[in-house]
Design a protein around this ligand. Structure first.
Ligand SMILES: NC(=O)c1ccc[n+]([C@@H]2O[C@H](COP(=O)([O-])OP(=O)(O)OC[C@H]3O[C@@H](n4cnc5c(N)ncnc54)[C@H](O)[C@@H]3O)[C@@H](O)[C@H]2O)c1
Length: 562
């Protein structure tokens, strides 16, 4: 059995708000990747921690991993030898589940199998006190289902840590239908005291991060299946235009293509085969072939034995256009009749200061044919427009489209797609224009939604749907995606920047191109976009979202405006 700790303090790191919780004994079942990491987090927060694993020797291996990481922390000066010794004295391996009797919280991180997890909780109920919390680190199983059949289902809660648990700040606190609110509250307080950022969500397929992130992979896989661009080009676009830290294919290779497919499949199955989440055949084929990513030496990219990328062949590099001369001037055309705010290219407004800096003259006004909205016109007379989700060819004017860019100033790359009948001269002009702004240019096939815009519109839509269903708050969705998936900004904030109407237009055009239900907009996104007067009055999608939700909360019917 475990010994009690000395004073349990961690010097300057001790947190006042954790004081009451630090005395709590924490049990961790499952000493693999996640269990050992969670045990380490609780130990560092000052708790007495018990670690148990059903496989002989596994708890010792998990504990050895924790000790090795603590040793490294001492070597790097992050822990003193005294703190290290105090932590050690609070850490013990449990020989059986009976040792968990004094635990105030038991977190399970065992095999991802509902029946096995339920059986574990039933056995723990016979051991722990009535007010002990039973938490699951499940990534995909219904927390409601894990509590079913227990004597006290109200004490079961999800505490979804991210890998590596000692490093990742996010913890999703998941309430099943029968979870008591005070149990979720205590779990969130503990996570906070452990230096984590808890977000609250209902027990729905994929919770927040694993659900909202599905389009990031799904759109990329569709684009590759359609030969719109190569994995390298798509990765480069999402990183260098979209502002994501990794491209979808690099990330799938890192996570494991099989692990990523399993999450997609589980969300798809749990939602009754919702076409939004249909797994891609390309991904299934990669798994069938054993192309699992870094761990197998090859996934969507190739890896050396040490896990580093093999030097790509020229054909495996992102498509990057040759240097072209920039036009000296472009025309900025504004349709005064559409009521669009600005006359500033909307979500692409950040391009205009770059053009000015590059010395390109921007002539305002309609230069040639009637304007159809905010658009640039090249000297060749061809429109150069931000994608609205439809193909360039469908506009019928030989236009060149460019993709959504997250941060025009810092983006390295711009993706463009010419219509089938776009003159070669216009492609050269568009390429030279973006190159004059200091960007690399990738010319891709004329595919609906291009590479970044369709992905971002779907991420915003997923986030809106989570909020619409009351599964998590707008703020928690954004926090979850920033901390759990390292997105540059939360999807709701992104929606505020690009606007609900642009997002809805992109989705509707994608829905027209692929009428499968995959791109159906969330009713909340539709409501935001169609609340035209309020939207324009407030000038921000996000503030309107809050207003609509507050109106609903107080039961006030939506007024038809002032
Ligand atoms: N690995 C991740 O990135 C990640 C992230 C978040 C959540 N999760 C979830 O955390 C859980 C554990 O994942 P992992 O990656 O740490 O797995 P893992 O395979 O590394 O470790 C699981 C451990 O649980 C032990 N175990 C299995 N059945 C047991 C039982 N009945 N009783 C006691 N011990 C048992 C195994 O011996 C093993 O040591 C799963 O539910 C998983 O979905 C994993």
């Amino acid at each position: 059995m475990a010994e009690r700790s000395g004073d349990g303090s961690r010097g300057g790191r001790a947190r006042e708000d954790a004081a009451s919780a630090v005395s709590a004994v924490i049990g961790v079942v499952g000493a693999g990747t996640m269990g050992a990491g969670i045990a380490q987090v609780a130990l560092l927060a000052g708790h007495q921690v018990l670690l148990y694993d059903a496989v002989s020797g596994a708890a010792e291996r998990g504990a050895a991993g924790v000790r090795a990481r603590l040793d490294r922390a001492v070597e790097r000066g992050r822990l003193t030898a005294g703190e290290r010794a105090a932590i050690e004295s609070r850490f013990s391996i449990a020989g059986d589940l009976a040792a968990f009797a004094p635990a105030a919280l038991v977190v399970e991180a065992i095999v991802e199998d509902a029946a096995v997890k339920r059986e574990l909780f039933a056995r723990l109920e016979d051991v722990v006190t009535d007010d002990a919390i039973l938490a699951s680190n499940t990534s995909s199983i219904s927390v409601t289902a894990l509590g079913a059949g227990l004597r006290h289902p109200e004490r079961v809660v999800g505490m979804h840590f991210f890998n590596p648990a000692p490093v990742m700040r996010l913890v999703e606190i998941i309430s099943g239908l029968t979870t008591a609110p005070e149990v979720a509250e205590r779990a969130a307080e503990l996570a906070h005291a452990w230096g984590k950022t808890p977000v609250r969500c209902a027990s729905t397929p994929g919770f927040i991060v694993n659900r909202v992130a599905r389009p990031f992979y799904g759109e990329a896989l569709r684009l590759v299946e359609e030969r719109a661009a190569t994995p390298a080009t798509i990765d480069a676009a999402l990183r260098e235009s979209g502002g994501f830290p990794m491209g979808p294919f690099e990330l799938m290779d890192l996570i494991g293509v099989d692990v990523n497919l399993a999450v997609s499949t589980s969300v798809w199955q749990a939602t009754g085969h919702d076409p939004r989440y249909t797994p891609a055949w390309t991904q299934r084929e990669h798994v069938a072939a054993g192309l699992l990513g870094r761990k197998s030496g090859r996934g969507f990219h190739r890896y050396a034995k040490d896990g580093g990328r093999v030097e790509p062949a020229p054909s495996e590099l992102p498509a990057t256009a040759a240097r072209r001369a920039s036009p000296a001037r472009v025309w900025l055309e504004i349709d005064e009749n559409t009521g669009e705010p600005g006359g500033d290219l909307g979500p692409a407004a950040g391009l205009l200061p770059l053009l000015r800096q590059a010395g390109v003259e921007i002539v305002r006004g309609t230069a040639n044919a009637a304007a159809t909205g905010d658009t640039l016109r090249l000297p060749s007379g061809v429109p150069l427009c931000l994608t609205n989700g439809a193909t360039a060819t469908s506009a019928g004017d030989g236009r060149v489209l460019f993709d959504l860019v997250h941060d025009w100033e810092h983006a390295r790359r711009v993706v463009i797609a010419p219509a089938a009948d776009a003159p070669a001269e216009a492609v050269r002009e568009a390429t030279g224009l973006f190159q004059a702004c200091g960007k690399l240019v990738s010319v891709v096939e004329d595919v609906a939604g291009l590479l970044v815009a369709g992905t971002v519109a779907r991420l915003i839509n997923e986030a809106a749907d989570v909020v619409y269903r009351g599964e998590a708050s707008e703020a928690d969705v954004d926090t979850a995606m920033r901390l759990g998936a390292n997105y540059p900004i939360g999807p709701m904030e992104w929606g505020a920047r690009v606007g609900a109407r642009w997002t809805l237009t992109v989705l509707r055009n994608l829905d027209g191109a692929y009428p499968t239900g995959r791109y159906r907009p969330s009713p909340l996104l539709v409501r935001w976009a169609e609340s035209e007067r309020a939207y324009r009055r407030l000038g921000a999608f996000k503030r309107l979202a809050v207003e609509v939700l507050e109106e609903n909360d107080t039961g006030v019917a939506e007024s038809d405006g002032d």
